[in-house]
Design a protein around this ligand. Structure first.
Ligand SMILES: [Zn+2]
Length: 326
């Protein structure tokens, strides 16, 4: 074979400038969403053991975190609330005095340009740790919907820019859309956790928000990892119910789902680079088993290349710093 008989793709890789010129995928802090765990109290930074660098924060320290994020160009945050008291119906989730509702106002006061998304679910607020009202040994879908709707409205009233229902109850997007519209929040978009899998990679998050189910698990409402086409039906249903953005969660083990969804649906797609994905890289990096920064950027690049427009990641601030340092 002579050299004009095979392709010459290596010519593209000769130097960094050329490689950068031809990069098909580019990460930007503008596409990152930084999740935070907000608790009541002040001056709190409680480290989350399996997620080194990530803390539970109180309202005031949440503002500091949002400032750190904004300084490196990450202008969107996703808030999870952890109440002091939990009960069977997760009643604290709708209170204007709870950590999330107060954090929204506090962040907005200092950073009016920061886009605040709130997680809408009950599992952080229920004493049994399930995402809805439990009757017998299962979660009652339809009894849960009004509570999720009320929670979303309370977040909008507190000033949330977008709400993100994550309970995986059928009809949750429609219920929330109707309630927001009735309360004059028709311009608040909904990001549906459309394809949310029952995943082992949520483990560190459950430690972070103390929401491990006290009995059973979430497999009766979250999707089985075996399901690809069913994810497309979930996404389609969310869009029909009025979701403005869709989400695939987790990201790394579900890149095929992100890819398929990005080709099939003309809606922005967020991918959730979840706690277990963060912990794996952190732990292996700490042990010296891989180069942490490179592994992190490779994973985020893969998520974007698969078709995600937005990436929800605990590494948002760090990744933005790495991007800025070239
Ligand atoms: Zn939940």
């Amino acid at each position: 074979m002579t050299s004009d008989q095979y392709s010459h793709l290596r010519r593209f890789r000769r130097n960094a400038t050329l490689r950068n010129m031809l990069a098909e995928t580019r990460l930007s802090p503008a596409n990152f969403i930084y999740p935070m765990f907000v608790v009541n109290g002040t001056g709190i930074r409680t480290p989350i053991e399996p997620m080194p660098g990530i803390d539970q924060v109180s309202v005031d320290t949440a503002v500091e975190e949002a400032q750190k994020a904004a300084e490196v160009g990450v202008k969107s945050v996703l808030l999870f609330g952890i109440p002091d008291e939990k009960d069977a119906s997760g009643s604290r989730s709708t209170s204007p005095d709870e950590a999330v509702q107060r954090a929204i106002g506090a962040i907005k006061a200092v950073l009016p340009e920061t886009h605040i998304i709130t997680d809408v679910c009950l599992c952080e607020y229920t004493d049994h740790g399930h995402c809805g009202i439990v009757s017998g040994d299962s979660v009652d879908n339809d009894a849960t919907l009004p509570l999720l709707a009320e929670t979303a409205v309370s977040h909008a009233q507190a000033g949330a820019d977008m709400v993100a229902p994550s309970a995986m109850m059928d009809g949750q997007v429609a219920a929330i859309r109707a309630a927001l519209n009735e309360s004059d929040f028709s311009d608040v978009p909904i990001m549906g956790y459309s394809a949310k899998y029952a995943s082992a990679f949520y483990g560190p998050f459950r430690i972070a928000v103390d929401s491990a189910p006290r009995f059973g698990d979430r497999r009766s409402y979250q999707m089985a990892p075996t399901q690809g086409r069913e994810a497309m039906r979930e996404i389609e249903a969310d869009l029909e119910e009025g979701a403005d953005l869709i989400m695939v969660k987790p990201a790394l083990a579900y890149l095929d789902i992100i890819k398929e969804a990005s080709m099939r649906f003309d809606a922005p797609i967020a991918a959730y680079n979840v706690s277990g994905e963060y912990s794996m890289i952190a732990a292996a990096g700490k042990a010296g088993w891989l180069e942490r920064d490179r592994a992190l950027m490779e994973v985020l690049t893969a998520i974007k290349r698969a078709g995600a427009d937005l990436i929800i990641t605990y590494s948002a601030i760090e990744a933005a710093r790495i991007l800025a340092s070239g």
